[in-house]
Design a protein around this ligand. Structure first.
Ligand code: PEP
Ligand code: MG
Length: 753
């Protein structure tokens, strides 16, 4: 068993080299490769480091010609070593020179060596370079050799990053990891520059070598047991309650946690001299390299599971498995980076320090995106693999326009973005100039533009944007923020404050829309297979009238002496309006009997979000004072495409014949029944879509405050009758997406979109 001694010897020698005084970086690197070559019985040991442009420079070598050091450069991906760095994978070639990818460099004198073992030197998922051993004989290196090299590479990476071998001054600043661009999807408009804060901070392993391997093995075994027990516990609960997606994920976790191969690799890594924590990271890196080589996306998903599991195990080892992980001090320009996140979690962060958000999952219609938009925080979703590649405190730019994330950007990129931010601020100023101008089309149609809100903090946006009122106040956000159920008094206070801040402009309060991805921590909810079409919104209110009546009571009190507008979410059949109205009437009667001052007027509306009501409009419309289209939900149900699932969300275009015909039919029915019509989903805030809606007969919209400027600019450059004619024509024969024709019209007619 050569493994344990070999690694331990290398580690001891590395430690000695690092503690020697006065040696400069280059001298240390030279000593390191000499030691590794000696212990590995290799003819050559070389260290290549990555330069800013992605090329590799030979930085130290024992065995190759000394003159090649700092002379030999490999282009990005060139040769076996380049490939090792590019893909972050181990390469074990018995006869490297025969390999088609081999790149022969005469200056190195390496033609006499046949076998090659190359491992990436990586830290926090960043490849910093490549550590290579070569031998004259043709041979395949053993698994033990590979393990030793990988563990050594990890320690070398640690020393490089910590600056212990810096100062060799050859144009590479190792401690600064490379910049990186990740492409995702814009989910909340805007650009932000700041510094990374991880939503669930990864544990950074600092102690790599174990002082007492036996004790370390015990720590690992204990942690594994705790991990497995906690997963089994969770799963047995989930099984009892028959949860869906969540269970699949847990099953996958459990599969890994019980995977003998995983455990064996962890144990071996500890036996080779690493701490249990370092072993988890080592095995995670190794498995990642293997999985990411698989073309099948299934393996990438599994990689994510394994990453989560490794994080959990690291937290257990660090003694932080249970209880809340105290978020470290938030930088004043925090860009939050998360694998996934619910809307409530986002709200929990200090909004004054939050500049931007990046999530690995998440689509533009998910509630976390809506909350980000409401808070005016630029955000990018679907930034795959980002969490593993950033470290807390890294400089980062979120481009919520192009859907890009720049990590550790170069000064050129920072300058370009600073310019962009300035340009956007100038444009914002131009929108501000529009603020007091009416939203009237060129042919004189007045369009009402209202804003969506959900928190008291949103209220100043009303005056800033020049909105005509609050077209959608999502009351559940306040409930989500609270750690216990807000009682009537607290609710009354909050709604009164909203009305006060609205200064006489109309406010539409939507009754609680809980369920789906909006969870109240203090309300026990039974997990459901399909929460979006489950027990949520008005369904819950009608089944649990106490909660609904509490809210109505507070609203009636808050709006004493003034107009009160209440909107009911997820109405699926017209008679649900009767049931809800009966509950509201009861509260009204109760207040009256108690002599509580009442609102001067009460308007009750329905949200059009469930397709069934589109076919019951003649029954629904006489029962309501107004309707508002929740296009986020309506689109997801019309197309049967989960609004929070990035895989399906962009598959269907809201500017397609089917939904446009449905909306046109609705506009016609509202006109006939003389019922006010609004649209308050994300569609309203996109100028091209708002333009189309005007063509269908909509005259009132409610949107994120930042969208008012761009939509008003569009309206003021539009001829409403022309877009009406266009849609009349398009909807006669059109099918599928009509976006191209609609965009062509906008360009032709010089509409500002
Ligand atoms: C909608 O569904 O379009 C809507 C406005 O409601 P929410 O996004 O809160 O579900
Ligand atoms: Mg909705």
């Amino acid at each position: 068993m050569p493994t344990e001694p070999a690694l331990r010897v290398i580690m001891r020698r590395l430690r000695e080299i690092m503690s020697e005084p006065a040696a400069d970086g280059q001298e240390r690197l030279d000593k390191i490769v000499r030691q590794i070559a000696g212990v590995m019985v290799a003819d050559v040991c070389s260290l290549y480091l990555k330069r800013q442009d992605g090329s590799l420079e030979l930085f130290a070598s024992e065995g190759l010609n000394r003159t090649a050091v700092h002379t030999t450069m490999l282009k990005r991906g060139e040769g076996l070593v380049g490939r090792c760095a590019e893909m972050g994978v181990l390469i074990n070639e018995p006869d490297a020179s025969k390999h088609p990818a081999f790149s022969y460099r005469p200056e190195t004198g390496e033609e006499i060596y046949h076998s090659l073992l190359a491992v990436p030197v990586q830290r926090s998922g960043q490849v910093l370079g490549v550590l290579v051993v070569q031998n004259r004989t043709v041979k395949e290196y053993s698994d033990e050799d590979a393990e030793v090299m990988q563990a050594t590479a990890m320690v070398v990476a640690e020393h490089l990053v910590s600056g212990a071998v810096s100062g060799f001054g050859a144009g590479i600043e190792i401690s600064k990891a490379l910049s990186l661009v990740v492409k995702g999807e814009p989910i909340s408009e805007g650009i932000a520059l700041g510094h990374v804060m991880l939503h669930e901070p990864r544990i950074v392993v600092t102690k790599l070598m174990a002082d007492d391997p036996v004790a370390e093995l015990r720590r690992l075994e204990d942690a594994l047991l705790e991990l497995k027990t906690s997963l089994d516990d969770m799963l047995s609960h989930e099984l009892l309650s028959g949860a869906g997606d969540h269970r699949d994920v847990l099953e996958a976790y459990r599969m890994f946690a019980h995977d003998r191969g995983w455990e064996r690799r962890l144990r071996e890594a500890v036996q080779s001299g690493l701490t249990a924590d370092a072993a988890v990271e080592r095995v995670q890196n190794g498995t990642r390299a293997r999985m990411l080589r698989q073309p099948d996306p299934f393996w990438r998903e599994r990689q994510r599971d394994l990453d989560d599991l490794s994080d959990r195990l690291l937290r257990i080892l660090a003694g932080r498995a249970t209880g809340f992980i105290n978020p470290p001090e938030m930088p004043s320009d925090t860009i939050l980076v998360a694998r996934n996140m619910g809307p409530a979690e986002l709200i929990d962060y200090d909004g004054t320090r939050l500049r931007g958000l990046v999530i690995e999952d998440g689509s533009g219609q998910s509630h976390v995106a809506i909350v980000a938009k409401a808070l005016g925080i630029p955000a990018v979703g679907q930034a795959t693999g980002l969490v593993e590649r950033v470290t807390a405190g890294d400089a980062i730019i979120v481009d919520g326009v192009a859907g890009e994330v720049h990590v550790r950007p170069s000064s050129d990129v920072v300058n370009a973005y600073t310019d962009k931010v300035r340009f956007r601020a100038r444009r914002q100023k131009q929108y501000e100039k529009l603020r007091d101008l009416p939203a009237v089309t060129k042919d004189g149609e007045r369009i009402a533009l209202q804003i969506n809100a959900g928190l008291l903090q949103d209220m100043p946006h009303l005056a800033e944007s020049g909105g005509d009122g609050i077209g959608l106040f999502r009351t559940e956000l306040m409930f989500m923020l609270s750690h216990s159920l807000p009682r009537v008094d607290r609710q009354t206070e909050a709604y009164s404050a909203v009305l006060r801040e609205a200064k006489g402009k109309p406010v539409v309060f939507r009754s609680l829309d809980i369920g789906g991805d909006k969870i109240l921590p203090y309300l026990r909810q039974i997990p459901e297979e399909n929460p979006a079409i489950g027990w949520r919104a008005i369904r819950m209110s009608l089944d649990r009238p106490a909660l609904f009546r509490m809210q109505i009571r507070a609203l009636l009190r808050a709006a004493a002496g003034q107009q009160l507008r209440i909107m009911l979410p997820m109405i699926a059949v017209a008679t649900e309006m009767d049931e809800a109205r009966a509950l509201i009437d009861k509260e009204w009667a109760l207040a009256k009997a108690r002599g509580t001052p009442l609102p001067s007027e009460l308007l009750i509306g329905a949200m059009i979000e469930v397709p069934s009501v589109l076919f019951e409009l003649d029954e629904l419309l006489p029962r309501v004072d107004f309707v508002s289209v929740g296009s986020n939900d309506l689109m997801q149900f019309l197309f049967a495409a989960d609004r929070s699932n990035p895989r399906v969300v962009n598959r269907f275009d809201s500017l397609s014949a089917a939904p446009l015909k449905a909306l046109k039919m609705l506009a016609g029915a509202c006109y006939r029944h003389n019922v006010a019509l609004t649209l308050c989903g994300e569609m309203a805030g996109r100028p091209i879509e708002a333009m189309c809606l005007i063509g269908l007969g909509f005259r009132t919209f409610s949107m994120a405050p930042a969208s008012i400027g761009p939509v008003k600019a569009m309206i003021r450059s539009l001829d409403a009758s022309a877009v009406t004619d266009l849609l009349d024509d398009l909807l006669v024969a059109g099918s599928g997406s009509l976006r191209a024709e609609i965009e062509a019209f906008a360009v032709r007619s010089k509409v500002e979109i």
